[in-house]
Structure formats: structure tokens, C-alpha cells
Design a binder for this molecule. Structure first.
Ligand SMILES: [Zn+2]
Ligand SMILES: [Zn+2]
Length: 609
């Protein structure tokens, strides 16, 4: 099937770009691109891939897979060589968790680790998601890190393999670029993360900056410091890293790549130091170039040093992850784009997806439901649907089915929009956490009705959880992508023959420190709305309850916040009345939200898409 598809792809006319994964949609042609400006030193950057290596099968704008990206990298390396400049490829972590390709295998990540091996990066580092689970961290250390060797950097993470703490990976790397021979010192940092499993430890960034090896490294005479960081570009940790290096090196460029908050972003620390963050989920490849590193008149000599005090030009661009864009920017065509290495990865991904049964249709949604593109509450909002339909129906204890109940879940438990086709893969994408339901029985109405307010306040356990998870899983980041149905039709002035006939899609319209021209495709902006931090669903309420509310209700919640629920209720009544040991499981331990969702879709949604 895939082979046929691949053969068909090469037979097509050059103007048509065909998505490589069997069930993916072709990117729209005729989009208006903003081009790349190459410099002396150029970068491609990805972050927070979270297992989306097959690309977005429901969204044509992000339909490239890792194989396509690998082909793209190889063309970009060739172009750099032709221009006599350098290209470095960076990935800043959170490659795991959040997509069936990673989560559905046993053990998790079995295929992802293989898929990543041909990923031709120069510097790669760790995200928090590589560390939540002890086995994930172990596999990262014993399989992924040895594969990438020196190029894998963890400047502030240690692991205990049973013989005491040792560095998770290489702390730093000094290397020379291939074409210009630029001398580079690179580091790999994770933010001050505390939610890791006990077989790893994350040292606070500020502590590591004081360590002898780091102080020595920043005193080496190099042309550029490179920081690959799984850190939001607006946070203190990055500022600290920048300041520590800058203090020793007033003139040397410091180039930082960030991650973790899942958005496109870019900040300027000083005239020779910026940080780029390149989105999430294989939707974005960041491109950044530095020009003026090398005195132009000396380019042909073997002496290559940055010109002290010379103006250095920084350029950044966010590329939508699809083959049309990759071909445009690498000056290739549908015929010349694919490389053997890229095609092999695409083929492997399709086979792995098949063996994991990820394309299996579970049900068809009555409509699309979004986390933040429709206001909450409204008919197209997924939280509204959960609160009004799914949770009341599915979260039931048979022996207490008639008892009125309030069900609380955190908004962050939901991670992606629902498109019409709900496949086995969708479960991992939308609701990947293992959340079980517990309950507090017969809680007075006056207490229960004040819980939502308590959760929404700062002391909320949900906010603690969200912070630990850190990512903007479901929050209304300024940069949410859009499904196919939201794509705008062909230019709305069909008769304007003389004009450029660009086809516009709704998509990222990023605004950052350099302005509004960063996205590689000129998109129509989209609207976004706030998402609820905590969602309350009511079930089995008696008719006319508004006039005569029940005296007591069951309060149902995720098991991981049991202690906080007790705490909240105690605060509301002003005495220590509850403790978490008082609460039992409301349903069987197998009945996670993810499983209940799967059953609901299977039973309620039908299969006619
Ligand atoms: Zn992430
Ligand atoms: Zn992260």
C-alpha cells in the first residue's frame, strides 16, 4: 500500500505535493511563502516532538513525517556546502509521550527509538518527558544516548544506574563546523524540573553554572556558545545561562534554542544573543541564521574568526512541517526531494503504525471538538462536550448511580482537538494520562459547591500538576494549529486574474521579538479562547434541583489529587474533617478516563465518517 503510494507520488506532476504517510492529506499548493535568509552559520531546530514522527494525519499543513524532515535536512546540508557556509541541526527534547507511535508499543517507545536513529542531528538534549518514568529515563540513557554519543548533551542531569550518580550524557561539546571551521562550545540544559523519577536528578541551572567544569568551559576561546535547552525562552534559567556566559565573554555570540512551552517564540538577550523556540508536535521546524560571524573578505582564507564588535545579523523563521514547504525552502521538487534515508524512515513509520493498529477507527465524532478554538462553554468545545455528555454518562459507580455527583477533571488532562475520525491513535493524543477516579461520599452541598472555586484558586492541586507537567498541553497558546476544515478556500477574489493567486490557510501568525514576519507561510490568523483550568460535570441531579438542591453529593475526582481534595474541603469548613485515606475508588482501577473515553466513542459515535 505504502509502496504503491510512494510510486504514485513520483509519477505525479511536480506542482502537486503528495503527503508520504498513507492516511495523511496532501499539503495545499499555491501558498505564499516567506523565504529563508542564509547566513554564515545556519540552524534547523525542532523541539517537543512528543512522538508525532508520523506527522499530523488529519492536518495537511503539518503532514510531513520524520522521513520528510530527514530528506529536508540532507538537502539543506548540501545547500550549505554549496554556499560555503554551515548548517547545524538541533533537537531540544520531549521526543517521547503524547502519540500512539510512542505510547502504544510495549515497552513504550520501542519503535520511536528506532525511528530516531537516522535523525541526523548535531546537538540533541533531554526534556522533562524523558524523565517522568524511570524506564523511559533508563532507555534514554542505555539506548538513545549511546547512539548519539558526544552530540547528546545533558549539562544538568545525572542518572543512577545502581552504582551512584553519573552524568546522564555528555556535559558539553567543543567542535568545529564542517565548512567554515567555526569553533563552538555547546551545552544542553533542562529547566529546574522536580517531577522526575528517582533514578535521575536534575540539578538547578544556577548551581551548575557555578560548577568548575562549566566555568572552565566558558573560558575556552571559541567563536560561539551554543545552548540547546529544554527551557521556555522567557524563563529565568535561560537568562541565568546567558548572563553567566556573557560575563566571561562580552563579544562572543551566544545562540540559544529553547522548548517546553510548545509555542513558536523568539527573544533577544543582546545584539549577539537570541533564543528561538520552535513549537511542538512536529508542526514546526525552526530556521535561524547568523551572518557577519566571518569577515567577508577573509572568507576564502583558512583563518576564520568572528569579527569583534562587527554587527552580526540574526534571522529566524518558523517552517510549517509539510513537504510543500520543505521542497520550497530546499529548492527541490516532488521528483528530487526524497532521499533513500528519508523514504526508509517514512516506510518504517507506516509499518510500525500498522503493527500498532493505530489507524483502527473507533468512532466518528458528530462534529469537530476543539480545546480552544471554540469558546468554553459552546457546542464545538471539547470541554463542554465532556462536561455535559461524556463524563456524566461514563463516570458512574453502579451501586451509587442514583446519588447526585460532581465530577472534577483538570483541563490539562486533555491535550488535543478531536477531528471527525477518532482512531486508536486519537486516544493517546487526546487523553494520554493514567487518571483513575476516586470519590468522597455524601459531601454536604455547601462544601461541594465551593470546591470548583477552590480548585480555580491558586492553591489548586490542578495548578500544581499543570506546573509539574509544565507544557501548555491544553492551554490557549497563541499558536494552536487548525484542522483541514478550517482551511480557507482559494483566494476569495476569484476574478482577480492579474493578482497573485495565493491560497491562504488559517494557521500560525506568530508575533515575537523580531515582529510578525516569522512564519514561513502567510496565514490567516485564527481565534482562540481560554480553556478551563478545572472542569465540573454534574450527574444524577434530581429534577428541580436548582430550587431544592440535594443535601449531599458524591465528589468524584482523579486519584492523584486525593490529598488536595481533603485539604480543600477542610479549608472550606475550617476544620480538619477529611483525609485522603477516607476516600475510595469510585470505579474499578482499570476504568481510567482514557478507557472510558474509548468505550464511549465506540458505543455512541457510530462509524460513518
Ligand atoms: Zn513538551
Ligand atoms: Zn517539556
Amino acid at each position: 500500500m505504502l509502496l504503491l503510494r510512494l510510486a504514485a507520488a513520483t509519477a505525479l506532476l511536480q506542482t502537486v505535493v503528495v503527503a508520504i504517510q498513507p492516511s495523511a492529506q496532501n499539503p495545499l499548493d499555491g501558498q505564499e511563502f516567506r523565504d529563508l535568509e542564509w547566513g554564515d552559520l545556519n540552524f534547523l531546530h525542532t523541539t517537543d516532538q512528543h512522538g508525532w514522527h508520523a506527522g499530523h494525519l488529519e492536518e495537511s499543513q503539518y503532514s510531513a513525517d520524520l522521513g520528510d524532515y530527514i530528506s529536508f535536512i540532507s538537502h539543506m546540508r548540501r545547500r550549505a556546502k554549496e554556499k560555503g557556509v554551515d548548517l547545524l541541526v538541533i533537537d531540544t527534547g520531549d521526543r517521547v509521550e503524547g502519540n500512539g507511535l510512542y505510547d502504544a508499543s510495549e515497552p513504550k517507545g520501542l519503535y520511536t527509538r528506532r525511528i530516531l536513529e537516522p535523525f541526523d542531528v548535531d546537538i540533541i538534549t533531554t526534556g522533562n518527558h524523558e524523565l517522568y518514568n524511570g524506564t523511559t529515563a533508563l532507555h534514554e540513557h542505555t539506548q538513545t544516548i549511546p547512539f548519539f554519543g558526544d552530540r547528546y548533551l545533558s549539562s544538568n542531569i545525572d542518572i543512577d544506574m545502581g552504582n551512584g550518580w553519573e552524568p546522564m550524557a555528555n556535559r558539553s561539546l567543543r567542535f568545529q563546523t564542517e565548512n567554515l571551521g567555526l569553533d563552538i562550545m555547546a551545552f544542553g540544559f533542562l529547566f529546574n524540573f522536580t517531577g522526575n523519577f528517582k533514578n535521575t536528578r536534575v540539578k538547578p541551572v544556577a548551581t551548575v553554572l557555578e560548577e568548575e567544569w562549566f566555568q572552565k568551559a566558558i573560558r575556552e576561546p571559541v567563536d560561539l556558545f551554543l545552548v540547546a535547552a529544554h527551557i521556555d525562552v522567557h524563563t529565568l534559567e535561560l537568562q541565568q545561562i546567558h548572563d553567566a556566559i556573557r560575563q566571561q565573554n562580552p563579544e562572543t555570540p551566544i545562540q540559544i534554542f529553547g522548548g517546553h512551552s510548545h509555542i513558536r517564540d523568539f527573544v533577544e538577550f543582546d545584539s549577539k544573543s537570541t533564543a528561538l523556540e520552535s513549537g511542538r508536535y512536529c508542526e514546526t521546524a525552526g530556521f535561524l541564521s547568523l551572518d557577519g560571524l566571518v569577515p567577508k573578505d577573509e572568507k576564502d582564507t583558512s583563518f576564520v574568526k568572528p569579527k569583534d564588535g562587527a554587527p552580526m545579523k540574526t534571522f529566524r523563521r518558523y517552517l510549517d512541517f509539510n513537504r510543500a514547504g520543505f521542497q520550497h525552502h530546499s529548492n527541490t521538487t516532488e521528483d528530487s526531494f526524497d532521499t533513500d534515508a528519508g523514504l526508509k524512515v517514512s516506510k518504517d513509520i507506516a509499518l510500525y503504525r500498522q503493527s500498532l493498529d493505530l489507524n483502527r477507527l473507533i468512532g466518528c465524532a458528530p462534529r469537530e471538538y476543539t480545546l480552544s478554538r471554540d469558546p468554553y462553554p459552546s457546542a464545538g468545545n471539547w470541554y463542554s462536550y465532556l462536561g455535559e455528555v461524556l463524563l456524566p454518562k461514563m463516570v458512574v459507580n453502579k451501586t451509587r448511580a442514583e446519588v447526585p455527583r460532581m465530577i472534577f477533571i483538570n483541563g490539562g488532562s486533555q491535550r488535543f482537538d478531536i477531528f471527525k475520525r477518532f482512531t486508536y491513535d486519537t486516544t493517546f493524543i487526546v487523553s494520554p494520562f493514567t487518571s483513575r477516579f476516586m470519590y468522597a461520599a455524601d459531601i454536604p452541598w455547601e462544601v461541594a459547591t465551593r470546591l470548583l472555586g477552590y480548585f480555580n484558586d491558586d492553591a489548586s492541586p490542578y495548578s500544581v500538576e499543570m506546573q509539574a507537567k509544565g507544557e501548555h498541553w491544553a492551554s490557549a497558546s497563541s499558536n494552536q494549529p487548525l484542522p483541514e476544515s478550517m482551511m480557507l478556500p482559494v483566494n476569495q477574489i476569484p476574478l482577480a486574474r492579474g493578482r497573485q493567486k495565493w491560497r491562504k490557510t488559517i494557521g500560525y501568525t506568530t508575533e515575537d521579538a523580531f515582529g510578525k514576519q516569522g512564519d514561513d507561510v502567510v496565514h490567516q490568523a485564527f481565534q482562540k479562547f481560554d480553556t478551563p483550568k478545572v472542569l465540573q460535570a454534574n450527574a444524577s441531579f434530581p429534577v428541580g434541583w436548582e430550587a431544592k438542591p440535594p443535601q449531599t453529593v458524591d465528589v468524584v475526582f482523579f486519584d492523584f489529587i486525593a490529598a488536595n481534595v481533603a485539604d480543600g474541603m477542610n479549608r472550606i469548613v475550617g476544620e480538619k474533617k477529611w483525609k485522603k485515606e477516607d476516600f475510595g475508588y469510585y470505579m474499578s482501577r482499570e476504568d481510567t478516563l482514557t478507557k472510558l473515553m474509548l468505550e464511549f466513542v465506540q458505543e455512541e459515535w457510530g462509524k460513518e465518517c
